[in-house]
Design a protein around this ligand. Structure first.
Ligand SMILES: Cc1cc2nc3c(=O)[nH]c(=O)nc-3n(C[C@H](O)[C@H](O)[C@H](O)COP(=O)(O)OP(=O)(O)OC[C@H]3O[C@@H](n4cnc5c(N)ncnc54)[C@H](O)[C@@H]3O)c2cc1C
Length: 277
């Protein structure tokens, strides 16, 4: 059975009525793969892809709010550099046309490129239920453990919002140039008060921030010495594992390398007076 609501209110009502009997689906780029692998056997779908309001991007009180159904292709046109580049690194064009930011956040893979970019940008996620209405929470609190999140069984992801961070950077290391799951990825953002946030993918059970490195950098002018110290700290804050794509040792080292690389880009842009997004 395929339920295809056209409003978010209808979707919340169906979510309440069907609970976990229905598998929520949007672009299907994770759900269909899981079905093909026999990992899930849905009897019934709650398809949220026809809800137009979930595809909106709008400015609200100093934030940019993106509906859960905004696709990576659409995010690839945004002015936030880290989010734009992370989105354009996802899969190939067909996957980016179908895959959504809400699906990426719900799947909560440690390799979720959208999740990592949003974490660095201090994003908040809006969860909604028929019974309790909407709640906003920092994305960093949403990820609990490997693919375990704060999303309740009667909730849907409604939207995600980011403050208007002036600058952000992104880099992904993978084995190929396209359709490339991260081996390690890193996103960094810095606001006008030089508050710097770093996030990493594939270095632990959940997309990861590094609070000690952020605290070291907070409010400081970037210098080569400070960048080195931050990169060092990062390698102690992450906890990668060995898997088929790479070793823990390599990943840990690459976290330091990417930190150096992205912070150095920001430092050089400072020197040029370049304050792009
Ligand atoms: C070939 C290929 C390459 C890929 N490459 C990458 C990559 O490079 N980087 C990367 O990060 N990902 C990659 N992915 C994974 C995937 O594209 C993303 O995770 C995508 O964002 C999922 O979005 P979707 O709309 O397709 O979600 P779906 O598959 O429809 O759903 C995914 C999960 O989210 C839940 N869900 C969806 N919408 C909502 C909602 N509004 N509220 C609550 N739950 C919801 C579903 O129940 C399901 O659990 C790839 C996938 C494929 C098949």
């Amino acid at each position: 059975m395929f339920h295809q609501p056209t409003t978010f209110e209808q979707a919340l009502e169906l979510r309440r009525a069907l609970g976990t009997d229905a598998t929520v689906i949007n672009g299907g780029t994770d759900v269909v793969v899981a079905m093909n692998h026999g990992a899930i056997h849905p009897q019934c779908f709650l398809d949220v892809s026809r809800i137009r309001s979930l595809r909106k991007v709008e400015r609200q009180n100093g934030h940019v709010v993106m509906g859960a159904g905004v696709t990576f292709s659409e995010l690839g046109k945004m002015h936030f550099r880290a989010l734009r580049e992370a989105s354009l690194s996802v899969g190939g064009p067909a996957i980016r046309n179908m895959g959504t930011i809400g699906g990426n956040i719900a799947t909560a893979s440690p390799a979720g490129d959208g999740c990592v970019a949003l974490l660095a940008m201090n994003a908040e996620v809006q969860l909604a239920s028929k019974a309790r209405g909407d709640r906003w929470m920092p994305l960093v609190d949403y990820f609990i453990d490997y693919r375990k999140t704060a999303l309740a069984d009667d909730e849907l992801i409604h939207a995600v919002r980011v403050p208007h961070n002036p600058r952000s950077r992104w880099y992904k290391i993978g084995k190929r140039g396209a359709v490339n799951i991260s081996l390690v990825c890193c996103a960094i953002s810095q606001n006008e008060n030089k508050k710097t946030e770093l996030a990493f993918g594939c270095v632990g059970p959940i997309p990861k921030i590094t609070p000690k490195a952020s605290a070291l950098l907070a409010g400081e002018e970037l210098t080569p010495e400070l960048i080195n110290d931050a990169a060092n700290l990062v390698t102690h804050e992450v906890s990668p594992i060995d898997d088929q794509r790479g070793t823990a040792t390599y990943r840990r080292a690459m976290c330091g390398t990417l930190t150096k690389r992205l912070l150095t880009q920001l430092m050089k842009d400072d020197a040029k007076g370049d304050a792009d997004a």
